[in-house]
Design a protein around this ligand. Structure first.
Ligand code: PLP
Length: 365
């Protein structure tokens, strides 16, 4: 049996009627940039996530960069966890800020709230809580810390579409929440895409300028900006997928629960702790002899991935900004141990059982 990391085919099949109708309308209108599909999608996305505004962008990386630019902290330091996508840190550099890396909690692998304050200096202007693997960070504590130190929070929700924190929309906790629509995300398109969600009209207005050359419709630029717009064709797919997101997230939760159950007493592995708020973007375990386990699974047709193998402070692009090796021990250890198992909505139960059984078989040997 072959088990890929992700299979998008059933999701495309299920929504075919909707996206073909959207594409048909688009080809009648022939407006491929900044048209009705993106405008409608922004409204539908904001409503669905419980926020006032959504501003769509070309990528999730641009959504983070523009969020940082919208809160006007150029030249200042931004704290982010050492365990996240390299694109979170690239967005900080693109916004002309200085990335500083903090350690993670060993149980949840999210930014370690208890330890974050020791990384704050007078140069720090913002913290980026990354809702890694679909699990929201403890936003109440982080909001308290940010208020005390007069810092801004810019949330990286690129792996957490549809997530709320204790029932509250994520935009209640900070001016901006950035999302990516990379195809494998809980809400993905068929190419690159992103969006920033916000409750503040002034931030939404600034983001609209920043993503489109600093202009308002015409050909006059009002501030230094970039060109990063979601295209109409991607919005056709996103508008078809969005109404299914809640159901797809429930299916992810059911699959994650089945992994929990079937791997609960498996020696050699440890599950990453999740709260009920998680939208289960990835199912991640810590594994002894990880590379051998991955080879064992690959021999049984099972794909796996590592999110992420090298902590940011040890990557060549960011080394000058981070502490030395050994200073963020939880992130460094996690990067040696973590492995992501296959997970997608509609993943057949037999595939989940085959993966779990193959993991158990490896540690029995
Ligand atoms: C946590 C996180 N941040 C940022 C990004 C960047 O998003 P994009 O690939 O859409 O630029 C991703 C997606 O890869 C991500 O997972």
């Amino acid at each position: 049996m072959t088990v890929p990391m992700v299979n998008l085919r059933p999701l495309l099949e299920e929504t075919r009627t909707e996206w073909t109708a959207n594409l048909r309308r688009l080809f009648e209108r022939m407006q491929f940039i900044q048209g009705e599909e993106v405008a409608c999608f922004e409204q539908e996305l904001a409503r669905s996530f419980g926020s006032r505004f959504a501003v769509a962008t070309g990528t999730g990386t641009a959504a983070i960069e523009l969020s940082l630019r919208a809160v006007e902290i150029e030249g200042r330091e931004v704290l982010l966890p050492a365990l996240t996508s390299l694109f979170t840190a690239q967005a900080v550099l693109a916004a002309r800020c200085i990335p500083r890396f903090a350690d993670i909690h060993p149980g949840t692998l999210l930014l370690d709230v208890a330890g974050v304050e020791r990384h704050i200096t007078p140069a720090t202007a913002a913290i980026i809580p990354v809702h890694l693997y679909g699990q929201p960070c403890p936003m109440r504590e982080l909001s308290r810390i940010a208020r005390r130190a007069r810092l801004t929070l810019v949330q990286d929700g690129c792996q957490a579409h549809g997530a709320r924190h204790e029932g509250v929309a994520l935009t209640r906790f900070s001016p901006c929440v950035a999302y990516s629509f990379y195809p494998t995300k809980n809400l993905g398109c068929l190419g690159d895409g992103g969006a920033v969600l916000t409750d503040r009209p002034s931030i939404a207005e600034r983001l609209r300028l920043l993503r489109d050359g600093g202009r308002r419709n015409g050909q006059v630029s009002r501030l230094p900006a970039i060109n990063s717009r979601l295209d109409e064709m991607q919005a056709c797919y996103l508008r078809a997928f969005l109404p299914r997101l809640t159901e797809w997230n429930l299916e992810r939760a059911r699959i994650a629960a089945l992994y929990d159950e079937t791997l609960s007493d498996c020696p050699g592995i440890e599950r990453v702790r999740r709260s009920v708020d998680s939208v289960n973007h990835l199912y991640v375990i810590r594994a002894r002899r990880r590379e051998r386990l991955r080879a064992h699974l690959a021999a049984r047709g099972i794909s796996t991935a590592v999110h992420y193998p090298v902590p940011l402070h040890l990557q060549p692009a960011f080394r000058e900004f981070g502490p030395a090796r050994g200073r963020l021990p939880n992130a460094e250890k996690a990067c040696r141990e973590i492995v992501s198992l296959p997970l997608w909505p509609k993943m057949p139960q037999e595939s989940v059982l085959h993966v779990a059984e193959s993991v158990r078989e490896f540690y029995k040997k």
